[in-house]
Design a protein around this ligand. Sequence first.
Ligand code: HEC
Ligand code: HEC
Length: 153
Amino acid sequence: MKAWLLLAAALLLPCLALAAGESPRLVGPSPMPAEVPAPPLPADRADDVRRTRNYPDQPPVIPHSITDYQIDLNTNRCLTCHARQYAEAVQAPMISVTHYQDRDGQFLGGVSARRYFCTQCHVPQTDARPLVDNRFEDIDTILERLRRGRDGQ
Ligand code: HEC
Ligand code: HEC
């Protein structure tokens, strides 16, 4: 009987904590069924500063606005600046050689179909507050910590 009581208490405790004002971060403070107006979309970060990649083969994030940049079967706005033949005129970084390779590693004359829809992999950034903290550390940070531990610092 006592075990049952303990179990019931253990199950109830988290619910009580929630009721006491700790609402789940993804839902926010308003009650579940209430319809609240969506917050305005945060603006793109468009400061033209290229960001460090977290690991060498990370698709770099986009440091400029891409509002209304069309990408479909007939047109690809991104390529009007980033393709090899146009990069110089606008001083854009050329898409790297991997974008000209098919899945067998063969080099193609034009952009590979699997790298055509740029925003599959490259995303703009905003100043939105992350819902969940990001505790990612890059390899240099980890190695530095290990080194400090070894040197007893
Ligand atoms: C008008 C020309 C232009 C267009 C169109 C354009 N870009 Fe760019 N892009 C640039 C320039 C110039 C830079 C260099 C940084 C800067 O000035 O913003 C850049 C930087 C980038 C970078 C950062 C590269 C790095 O090494 O950090 C990415 C990724 C990128 N663009 C992706 C895109 C994607 C995806 C699109 C289409 C949705 C696009 N760009 C459309 C001109 C353009
Ligand atoms: C399937 C994922 C994917 C797609 C789709 C893709 N990229 Fe990339 N992109 C990457 C990755 C991964 C890198 C970094 C490693 C590399 O160069 O392959 C990269 C690198 C870049 C760079 C930096 C090149 C450099 O040498 O600094 C630019 C600019 C870029 N991509 C633009 C584009 C544009 C424009 C498109 C659309 C035409 C596009 N990418 C489509 C994955 C992708």
